[in-house]
Design a protein around this ligand. Structure first.
Ligand code: HEC
Ligand code: HEC
Length: 345
């Protein structure tokens, strides 16, 4: 008993222990079984009121996930910062936590965490209970039926293995959203509106960032004042496809690269013969054809929910009508022809 007292006192003084109110630092698995145990949020959990040091953030153009509402937060251990990189995700310190919560009409379905452990990034989904009091870590969650407007959606929560189907760069798990071009926008913080890159720098979460005007910035796919039709279409493909379709991603072998800064029209699909022809391609010849959305495999695959046809191949069970319309409108206006197509290389 005598020896327990100093240990407890030490714990109360530092942030290590059970009584701490700070975010729980975790550097190794196993992870806490309940979302509440991380202490990312304070008070009534479903209000998602961020704890000290937990910072909300948003992306210029996000990933479409069956119309789910999403909120995103970042936390880093005291004194630690991420390092700026112009094109890749920032380099985060050990212990950093990224959290993304999915909900429909206020009902929270899941909160996904990416945790930078000593062994690298690990992703886990926490599934919310019906009473919305807490969420539990589940390795292989069941689908959940959700409603959005007049749609009934079998919402699929990816299992822990599937995280790396998308969060993958050269076979290691990586974050996707925290890149300069996604974060370079104003966010309405409780302290007032501020550019996110500037805010992260100010609070010590980011080092090496240039002024926002000198950093890359994606358009907002659904806001015409944020960029041209082409810029918005490219931002959409960047956010929805480029985590697989890039030279280090899981779809590298296709040679179809959809990052917003890809300069080569062939690489983004124009007159590009697909690696696999046939059914998945709708028997069309090219990934994209100037001025002809109906002849473009890329659009055909966005417009499908059929396994082996639909793109992205996981992460949705409905067609994103508004997204398909945006890409159609863009392709319709692109001039050129595929009379002398380059062979796939
Ligand atoms: C279909 C592809 C896909 C799958 C599968 C997927 N993610 Fe993501 N995830 C993304 C994309 C794209 C983003 C960034 C865009 C956004 O947040 O809208 C993202 C963002 C996140 C974020 C916010 C930080 C970041 O990297 O941007 C977390 C946390 C996250 N995902 C966790 C997970 C976990 C955990 C799993 C597995 C249970 C998972 N994700 C499965 C595509 C995917
Ligand atoms: C989870 C990873 C992943 C995501 C995200 C993804 N794809 Fe793919 N994509 C693949 C893989 C793997 C292939 C190769 C196998 C096949 O053709 O089905 C492929 C093939 C394709 C092809 C055929 C390309 C060729 O030239 O062979 C097109 C077109 C395509 N994807 C479009 C898209 C679009 C558009 C998006 C975003 C809306 C997207 N993909 C998102 C993994 C992905």
């Amino acid at each position: 008993m005598k020896r327990a007292v100093p240990a407890l006192a030490a714990c109360l003084l530092s942030s290590c222990g059970y009584f701490s109110k700070d975010v729980r630092p975790v550097l190794d698995e196993p992870f806490p079984k309940k979302l509440s145990e991380w202490r990312l949020f304070v008070g009534d959990l479903k209000q998602l009121r961020p704890n000290a040091g937990v910072v909300p953030y948003d992306l210029n153009t996000p990933l479409f996930s069956d119309y789910a509402d999403k909120s995103r937060y970042v936390w880093m251990p005291k004194g630690a910062a991420a390092r700026y990189r112009p094109t890749e995700a920032f380099e985060f310190p050990p212990g950093a936590v990224l959290a993304k919560t999915f909900s429909y009409s206020g009902r929270i379905v899941e909160t996904r965490l990416l945790v930078n452990t000593r062994k690298g990034w690990v992703g886990v989904p926490y599934v919310w209970n019906d009473r919305q009091t807490d969420a539990t870590l589940e390795i292989a969650p069941d689908p959940v039926t959700v409603h959005w407007k007049n749609l009934t959606i079998q919402y699929i929560i990816p299992n822990t293995n599937q995280c790396k189907s998308c969060h993958d760069r050269s076979k290691t798990v990586v974050p996707i959203g925290p890149k300069a071009r996604h974060l370079n926008k104003t966010y309405a913080y409780s302290t007032g509106p501020e550019n996110q890159l500037e805010h992260w720098t100010k609070i010590g979460y980011l080092t090496g960032a240039p002024y926002p005007a000198s950093a890359p910035r994606n358009a907002a796919w659904d806001n015409p004042s944020s960029g041209t039709l082409e810029q918005r279409a490219r931002a959409y493909l960047d956010a929805n496809c480029s985590h697989c379709h890039n030279p280090q991603g899981p779809a590298d072998n296709t040679g179809l690269y959809l990052t917003a800064d890809q300069p080569d029209p062939l690489r983004i699909g124009f007159c590009k013969v697909p690696v696999a022809a046939g059914h998945g391609s709708g028997d069309l010849r090219f990934d994209m054809v100037h001025g002809k959305p109906d002849e473009s495999i890329l659009i055909h695959r966005m417009d499908s929910v059929e396994p082996k046809v639909m793109m992205p191949e996981i992460g949705r069970s409905t067609v994103h009508r508004e997204g398909v319309e945006l890409i159609r409108a863009w392709v319709k206006g692109v001039r050129g022809d595929c009379v002398n197509p380059r062979a796939n290389d």
